[in-house]
Design a protein around this ligand. Sequence first.
Ligand code: SF4
Ligand code: SF4
Length: 286
Amino acid sequence: MNSRCALVSKIIPFSCVDGPGSRLVLFLQGCNMRCKTCHNPWTIGRCNDCGDCVAACPNEALTLQDGRVGWQEDRCQQCDTCLHLCPRRATPMAQRLSVGAIIDRLRCAAPFIEGITVSGGEATTQLPFLLELFHAMKGDPALRHLTCLVDSNGLLNKTGWQKLLPVMDGAMIDLKAWDNEHHRLLTGRDNGPVKASIRWLAQHRRLTELRLLVIPDRSDYLTHLPALAAFIHTAGGVPVRINAFHHHGVVGEAAGWRSATAEDIEPLAQGLEARQINVIRPPLYL
Ligand code: SF4
Ligand code: SF4
């Protein structure tokens, strides 16, 4: 059977940090935000087969044939040389994988996991694939018990979420800043659509988790705490996960920003808890 393909940057067969329980995590390539704090910046762009990385590979794992860059997984030592020199923030290691190929992986992993989380990049930029994958899982007697979650930046519009509603069990959404101008500064995009997604998902009982990212001296959550807390209350009893910014893997100006410590997290965590909001703190600090 021919099934739709997606550009996949990575698959983690078992993860305990990408949603509730043990989950297979599928990272799709390509993102529609440009977050300064992204610690996985090579999932943002799409390779245009320029070939600049091919000669730099110390393990001859890359080839350029008929204008297409190829990657030989068995030769690759995951040294990341190609990632660091790519001008498009892409990776030559992304693979086109079909829904059928992912379903096969899920069948192998099914006895050991509670579900799948599709992340990125931005998972919803490949919405037709996402829809076909979740429909296939819900229609498969061996897989339909697995929960289908999306880890998203929240830019998808209402029409897109409506399409996902019958087959998606929940979404985890990041709100990188409360103030729109500040959000634009950090991500390059307005946060109005993100807030609209959070409201819509909460109304339809699909908001699994709201995520806030604390960047020392740069986050604006505390400045707007009453408005932020009121907004979270409109999303019902959704848990709020506070993530601590760390500059490991970050490129550009944010690579020089200070990483967050418990002292940076606590004022926000306690401020939200004082307003009866369920907070999940970072499990560790780097
Ligand atoms: S991964 Fe980047 S450097 Fe390598 S071929 Fe693609 S666009 Fe060029
Ligand atoms: S990570 Fe890139 S540069 Fe390093 S071995 Fe693999 S393909 Fe080559």
